[in-house]
Ligand binder design. Structure first.
Ligand SMILES: [Zn+2]
Length: 317
């Protein structure tokens, strides 16, 4: 279960198509002998078999030929973009392209609806996929759904900036009122890539191959690639900004007392984005101060099953 989505594998024949997408253009092979447009890219015309084929730019205007809504990820790697709106779009030139529809609610999609292209940068190296949206949709022609952009967008999320209710640490009734079965909203996100895992290998000395060796892990690991150390994912909680909705104030000292329970139920494959949510599980007045147990669950974005369950014990004095 690698969290690295399959990327286009360029061939000598298809490279111009992918290169043009990076520049926000669509080029399609065109037969100069008979005028036929050809897709997928081939060396010869699939109507008259001529080799007189040249790349020509097209507008990308077309219509939905067919579509389906995938509610179960077609690969685990796509769990963060559910439901997927998979479609076949027919360009006005007559060629049909497998694609994903974006910026549309499910009930807005119709067979035959007019569409226009959206160029989606999916990797920091500029790799771009061709998506489509409704022709009359007010949407940017270029979007960025790379993991780095998703992390930045989560940081900019407005719920994180919302003013927080202040609760005095020694107000027992108010503190106990924080106890809830409901989790907070999701935190901001962090990208757990191989570079970050390698840093943790240096810091911790834990250099087991399942964390450090992508080639060996691809062959021998049950997860299809390297995974992050449970301890790394646990400490990354400090980097996640959590919209708890309250802030404990008035104390002189706050002590991290450790954890009542710490479990790593699911792996975090290299390349995953993680986020967390939390709830106050218990509040207890002790002789030395007020003790709060905060249950934090960290998940790979899109995964129901948490990667870390941590019941943090915090003592306010
Ligand atoms: Zn032809």
């Amino acid at each position: 279960m690698s969290m690295n989505k399959p990327m286009p594998a360029y061939t000598e024949i298809s490279r111009p198509f992918w290169s043009a997408l990076k520049e926000g253009k669509i080029v399609i092979p065109h037969c100069t002998a008979c005028g036929h447009w050809i897709f997928y890219p081939r060396r010869h015309c699939n109507r008259c078999f001529s080799h007189a084929v040249e790349w020509r730019e097209v507008s990308g205007a077309g219509q939905v030929y067919s579509y389906t809504i995938a509610r179960i990820p077609t690969l685990p790697d796509f769990a963060d973009e559910m439901p997927q709106k998979l479609a076949v779009v027919e360009l006005d030139e007559g060629v049909r392209i497998n694609t994903t529809l974006v910026g549309l609610a499910e009930d807005e999609i119709r067979v035959g609806m007019r569409v226009k292209p959206v160029f989606d940068t999916v990797r920091k190296d500029g790799t771009t996929l061709l998506r489509f949206t409704a022709a009359d949709k007010d949407m940017a022609t270029r979007i960025d759904s790379s993991p780095e952009a998703a992390v930045a967008a989560s940081e900019a999320c407005t719920t994180l900036a919302r003013p927080r209710r202040q609760v005095r640490f020694d107000d027992e009734a108010a503190m106990k009122a924080l106890v809830s079965d409901e989790y907070s909203e999701w935190s901001s996100q962090v990208l757990v890539d191989q570079a970050l895992i390698d840093e943790f290998v240096k810091l911790s000395g834990d250099d087991y191959w399942i964390h450090t060796d992508p080639d060996r892990a691809a062959k021998q690991s049950p997860f299809g690639g390297t995974i992050a150390h449970g301890a790394l994912v646990q400490i990354l909680q400090s980097r996640l900004r959590m919209p708890l909705g309250f802030e404990v104030v008035g104390f002189n000292n706050m002590v991290n007392y450790g954890s009542d329970r710490l479990r790593f139920p699911a792996p975090v494959p290299a390349g995953s984005r993680i986020h967390a949510r939390a709830r106050v599980k218990a509040v207890e007045r002790l002789a030395k101060g007020m003790q709060l147990t905060l249950e934090v669950t960290t998940h790979v974005v899109g995964n129901e099953r948490p990667s870390v369950i941590n019941e943090l014990v915090i003592l306010y004095m």
